[in-house]
Design a protein around this ligand. Structure first.
Ligand code: IDC
Length: 462
C-alpha cells in the first residue's frame, strides 16, 4: 500500500515535470535574427526557423507600391530601418493590376530592376526581403497566372543563391476566390520556384484578403517544404474574431506569416486603434509569428509611416514620422525616436560653453547644446535665450549669427529663421516677442549641419 502511494506520487511528479517542460518550451524566446547570423530560413511545423535551428521571428516594414513610391528603395533608407528601427525584414510590394501594375500598364523591366535593387540593398544591410506579388483589384491570382509563372521563374533563378529572399506569391486573394482556387494557383507557382530555388520560403495568400487561414489549416498544401500562409489585419477593423482564427490555425499547425498589417482601418486610413494593435502584437509575439507593417511612404493616409510633408527618403527623425510611424518605431525598438540618430557619433563633451552678446537692453546667450556626426556631416544644436536687462518690457527681438562656413538649417523652433550665406537670421514669434521687465525668453533653438569646423564666427559677430 505504501509502495503504491509512492508510485502514485511519482506519477504526479512526472506529470508536473512534463507540464513544466511543455510550458518552458512555449515560453522559449524567439530570436530576432539577421541573415548574416541566421542564414537561410526554413519552416518546421508552424514555426519559421533559422539555419542554426532556432525559432526566428521577423519584424519589419513593407514598401508602398514600388511603382508609385520607388524612391524609398535606397540603401540609406534600408540602413536606417535595419540599424535604428531593428527591422530584420523588408517587403517589396509590387502591385500587379493597379495603375502602373506589373500585369497592366506597368514598366515590367523597371519594376524588376527595383525589386533587384531592393533585394541587393536588403542583402547589403543584412535584412530578409519579401518579394510580394501584390494582387488586389485583380481578385483571383489565376487572372495573371501566366505572368506570375514567368515572373517567379525569373526572380527565383536570379535570387536562388540569396539566402535572404522570401517569395510571397499572391498578396490578397479576394472577391470570392476560394482556397481551392488559391491552392491550385499556388501549387503551380511553387513548382516553378522550386525548379530554381529548392528550399526558399514561400508565403501563400488566403481567401478574403488573406484572412481565412482556417481554410488553409483545414487543407494545407502538401508535398513541399517551407510553405507559409498569409494573414493580414488592420487593427481598427479586424479584432478578436480574426485573432481567434489566426490562433486556431497556428495551434492546428499552420505556419502563419503576417506579411502586412496596419494599426488603422482596412482602407489604410482612418483612426488608429492602439489597444487592438497592442493585442495583435502581444499575440504574434506569443506565437512567434512574423509581422510586417504597411507602409513605407509619405502618402497622405494613416498607414503611411511618414508625414505627408516629409520629403526625405532616408535619415528620418521623429518629426518626419506620422502617428503610425511613431507607434511602429516605438514598438520595434522599445524607445521613442530621438532626433539624434542613434548610431551617430555623440560629441557632446566637445561642446563649448555659451557666449553672450549684448545689444541695447537685451543680452543674447547662444550655446551649442548638442553636437553629433551623421551622414558624413556635423550637426550642431544651438540653444538661444534672450534676457531683458532693463526695468521695462521690450517688444520684439532679432539676432544675426554669422558662421565660419556655409551651413544647412535643418530645424528651428520658437523663432522665425532665415538662412543667408554664412549667416542665420532669427526673429521673434508673435507669442514670444514681448519680454517682460527683467524677464527672459528661453527654449529658442535650431539645428544646423555643415563641416566639422563649423562654428559661430566671433570676428564677424554683430
Ligand atoms: C492601399 C494603399 C493605398 C492604395 C491602395 C490601392 O494604402 O494608398 O491607394 O492600396 O488600391 C490591403 C492591401 C494594400 C492596401 C491596404 C490599405 O494589401 O494594398 O493599400 N490594404 O487599404 N489590404 C488591406 C488593407
Amino acid at each position: 500500500m505504501k509502495k503504491m502511494r509512492m508510485t502514485f506520487l511519482g506519477l504526479i511528479l512526472i506529470f508536473i515535470l512534463q507540464g513544466n517542460s511543455i510550458l518552458a518550451e512555449e515560453n522559449q524566446e524567439f530570436v530576432h535574427g539577421y541573415p548574416s547570423e541566421s542564414g537561410k530560413l526554413h519552416v518546421e511545423g508552424n514555426q519559421l526557423m533559422d539555419s542554426l535551428g532556432r525559432r526566428i521571428q521577423l519584424k519589419g516594414i513593407s514598401t508602398h507600391g514600388i511603382a508609385w513610391f520607388p524612391e524609398y528603395i535606397n540603401e540609406d533608407c534600408f540602413r536606417q530601418l535595419r540599424e535604428e528601427w531593428n527591422c530584420n525584414v523588408i517587403r517589396l510590394a509590387m502591385y500587379t493590376a493597379e495603375s502602373g501594375g506589373y500585369c497592366t500598364d506597368g514598366d515590367q523591366e523597371e519594376l524588376k530592376r527595383l525589386v533587384g535593387q531592393g533585394v541587393e540593398y536588403a542583402a547589403n544591410q543584412d535584412m530578409y526581403v519579401i518579394i510580394d506579388w501584390h494582387i488586389l483589384s485583380d481578385n483571383d491570382p489565376d487572372l495573371y497566372r501566366e505572368q506570375a509563372k514567368d515572373f517567379f521563374a525569373e526572380v527565383s533563378l536570379e535570387y536562388a543563391d540569396h539566402d535572404n529572399v522570401i517569395y510571397e506569391i499572391c498578396n490578397e486573394p479576394n472577391g470570392g476566390t476560394s482556397w481551392q482556387q488559391i491552392r491550385d494557383y499556388a501549387e503551380e507557382i511553387i513548382e516553378v520556384i522550386r525548379t530554381n530555388d529548392s528550399d526558399g520560403v514561400i508565403v501563400v495568400g488566403t481567401p478574403n484578403w488573406s484572412q481565412m487561414v482556417d481554410q488553409a489549416a483545414a487543407d494545407p498544401i502538401i508535398g513541399y517544404d517551407n510553405i507559409m500562409y498569409t494573414l493580414h489585419f488592420y487593427a481598427a477593423t479586424h479584432k478578436e474574431e480574426l485573432r481567434n482564427i489566426m490562433k486556431t490555425a497556428v495551434e492546428q499547425g499552420l505556419p502563419v506569416f503576417v506579411t502586412e498589417y496596419g494599426i488603422c482601418d482596412a482602407s489604410g486610413n482612418g483612426a488608429i486603434d492602439r489597444e487592438q494593435a497592442n493585442e495583435w502584437v502581444r499575440l504574434m509575439d506569443e506565437y512567434g509569428i512574423s509581422y510586417v507593417a504597411w507602409n513605407l511612404s509619405n502618402k497622405n493616409e494613416t498607414s503611411a509611416i511618414l508625414r505627408s510633408d516629409c520629403g526625405k527618403v532616408a535619415d528620418f527623425v521623429s518629426e518626419d514620422l506620422s502617428d503610425s510611424g511613431k507607434w511602429l518605431f516605438q514598438m520595434l525598438t522599445g524607445e521613442e525616436m530621438t532626433d539624434v540618430s542613434e548610431n551617430s557619433e555623440d560629441l557632446r563633451e566637445q561642446v563649448p560653453a555659451g557666449k553672450t552678446v549684448q545689444e541695447g537692453n537685451l543680452s543674447y546667450t547662444i550655446s551649442v547644446k548638442n553636437h553629433w556626426e551623421a551622414n558624413g556631416e556635423s550637426y550642431y544644436q544651438y540653444d538661444l535665450s534672450i534676457q531683458n536687462d532693463s526695468n521695462e518690457k521690450q517688444e520684439g527681438w532679432e539676432l544675426q549669427i554669422p558662421f565660419t562656413d556655409t551651413f544647412h538649417l535643418s530645424d528651428g523652433w520658437n523663432g522665425d529663421y532665415q538662412a543667408g550665406e554664412n549667416v542665420l537670421y532669427i526673429s521673434a514669434k508673435d507669442y514670444n516677442r514681448v519680454i517682460p521687465a527683467n524677464g527672459r525668453v528661453t527654449d529658442v533653438g535650431f539645428i544646423i549641419s555643415g563641416s566639422a569646423e563649423l562654428t559661430v564666427d566671433e570676428k564677424g559677430e554683430q
